[in-house]
Design a protein around this ligand. Structure first.
Ligand code: HEC
Ligand code: HEC
Length: 249
């Protein structure tokens, strides 16, 4: 009797999310990720990717993608295609057993040690997202987005899920306490006034800055070259003039 009752009670306790999630998945995701989430030519398999990744892609509006393999530079219109929060929760409930194995959605609260958060940011994030979180080019046509729009849950999701070129930071690299301090620091960057006493140009990331360096060298070489040419008159021209004058005399 009890053996019969327990599954019945469990079934009653399961939120109505699941059938709705399945229907939403079929509508918005299956065409690219496959009805069984094992992937199609239009999208990768979602087996074992972890709920942190699903939450990141759905809450930022990166998914459902309008076009397969759309690159991040074009995803600025992503806000427009974001699903409603209730739909996102339903899809996550449906996908939970399918994506199990990867990082779960991290629990995050704003930590209080901002100095520690700043140090972690400088060590792990700054070289891609720049010191003030403006983002920048990271080479190979990839672009790290600015961090001025991501809510704290998205920051935490991104750190654990490591979307695309971004590395995945596990608990061993960044503990839960580290993540709280780091996330608080990133959120602080969104409201911080630009620091005083810095040059008026903003950091545009390592690749454009490197390009500016090369440009400076090219300009310098060009300058030295023209100056050197002007200050040393062509010798054979002078000689031929002298020769002409000698012949005339
Ligand atoms: C038009 C095709 C398309 C649709 C529709 C689509 N996706 Fe995707 N999805 C992709 C492609 C392509 C990628 C590969 C990465 C990228 O370009 O961002 C991807 C990547 C992902 C990832 C990251 C996988 C990883 O390795 O971490 C998740 C999670 C995801 N999609 C979930 C969804 C969900 C959930 C839906 C439905 C709400 C959805 N996608 C709808 C094409 C699509
Ligand atoms: C190797 C370069 C790289 C490093 C290091 C890196 N990221 Fe990223 N990050 C990226 C890229 C590329 C994306 C965009 C991924 C995508 O669109 O799928 C991204 C996306 C994000 C986003 C989503 C922003 C948004 O609004 O969509 C957040 C938040 C983020 N990163 C935070 C961090 C934090 C915090 C760290 C340090 C722990 C970090 N990243 C380290 C490259 C990097």
């Amino acid at each position: 009797m009890l053996a019969l009752l327990v599954p019945l009670l469990l079934a009653a306790a399961t939120p109505a999310h699941e059938p709705r999630g399945a229907a939403l998945y079929a509508t918005y995701c299956a065409s690219c990720h496959g009805a069984d989430a094992r992937g199609t030519p239009d999208g990768p398999s979602l087996r074992g990717v972890g709920l942190a990744s699903v939450d990141f892609y759905l809450t930022t509006g990166r998914m459902p993608a309008a076009v397969p393999w759309l690159e991040i530079g074009d995803r600025d219109e992503r806000e427009g295609q974001r699903l409603a929060p209730a739909d996102i929760r339903a899809i996550e409930a449906y996908l939970a057993p399918i994506v199990a194995g990867g990082p779960p959605i991290p629990e995050v609260i704003a930590g209080s040690n901002l100095e520690h958060g700043r140090a972690l940011y400088a060590l792990n994030c700054e070289h891609c997202h720049s010191a003030n979180g403006d983002g920048g080019a990271i080479g190979g046509f990839a672009w790290a987005p600015d961090l001025h729009h991501a809510p704290i849950t998205v920051v935490a999701d991104a750190v654990r899920a490591g979307p695309e070129e971004m590395p995945r930071f596990g608990e061993r690299q960044l503990s839960a306490a580290d993540l709280n301090d780091l996330a608080a620091y990133v959120i602080g960057l969104q409201t911080a006034a630009p620091p005083r006493g810095v040059p008026p140009f903003r950091s545009s990331g390592p690749v454009p800055e490197g390009a500016i360096g090369y440009l400076a060298i090219i300009v310098l070489v060009a300058f030295v070259f023209t100056y050197w040419r002007e200050s040393t008159p062509p010798r054979d021209r002078e000689e031929s003039v002298r020769r002409d004058e000698g012949e005339r005399a």
